[in-house]
Design a protein around this ligand. Sequence first.
Ligand code: SR1
Ligand code: MG
Length: 403
Amino acid sequence: MATTTKQAYTPLNEQTVIELSQKLDLFSDYRSIEVNEIGDGNLNLVFRLVEPSTQKSVIIKQALPYAKVVGESWPLTLDRARIESDSLKKFSEFASEHVPQVIYTNNDLAVTVMEDLSSHVILRKGLIDGVTYPNLAQHIGTFIAKNLFYTSDFYLHPFEKKRLVQQFTNPELCKITEDLVFTDPFYDIETNDYPAELQDAVSELWNDSALRNKAARLKLKFLTHAEALLHGDLHSGSIFVTEESTKIIDSEFAYYGPQGFDIAHFFANIAMNHIAQRAHIKDGEKRAEYQLYLSGLIRDTWITFTDTYKELWRDEGVELATKLPGFEDEVLESIFTDMVGFAGCEVIRRTIGLAHVADLDSIADFDEQIILKKKALKLGRDWIKNKQRIKNIEEFITSIRSV
Ligand code: SR1
Ligand code: MG
């Protein structure tokens, strides 16, 4: 009987990554390959390989057995590389234009070889620089709607849905989110990270028992509601953009969870950028114009998302419940309410938790940074506590604009 030998895991370096590319026959002249380790995320090694004569390039991403952001003291499963490449392949079944092409996967080495997207920029950087992306709302709204619908019980046979739930069971990465997003920022826990000047505002959060209860409920939903396959970490650092193109990357946190989660993370990160622009764009008129663009981005993403979701529901719904009058509106209303609460947790944890966002942290004037971070905390708290009171996307936008 034929057996396959498990390959021993070792972290790649600039030499061995070229050897791997040679084994995979990715280029023609291996002596000329230029390699750069470009990983600036919290978890992985990311190598970009270029062959100068042909300008052919690829990305070789490898998971490390620990979280790079903390170091070897925080061991982390290599299975996340499988989750990432399997989820990218799954997303490409219905939204291939919005994910990088996966060229090769090796689960033993925790390696994924994928299309190089260096013609794109990371959305977070573009937004901090005040760039507008005319197709982004359409692309993200469509991607999320298709992703949720085509992986849900509304579309799939229940056996296939449960098989996918198993395939995308991702306990260690979910635990990171459970801790860093839903628990730690609401308690005095050592992973939190904020300047002393925020202590009063932070203590206020920790003394708010109603807030803790609401955050605990949101966490329970994250733990228990296996509704659809999520990206799981859809912040503006997980999106590559040009004017024309949008590509979703870094789906190692993918798992079956509540439908409002991904869009919440996208909106929360746009909202933090909206707040931070008070410091980044000094010219009042230009700032107002850009903030209007950001509000429009949220509105248009939501409209595209709901329109696309409704269309799929009407045309391709299989589950009997998709034929019930009014049920689709109930589902979308509950996605909206969950979205508001999840967005609140994301804003709070990015302000005082372990993993921050450059939008707020790069504000050069420290006093201004503190003022704006307090606004972010206020907004996050309001969203978590009052999610039921925010009825529609216009009220959600107003809450951002008036904080
Ligand atoms: C230890 S990982 C910290 C954060 O980085 C990832 O991108 C996720 O957002 C995670 O919460
Ligand atoms: Mg990431």
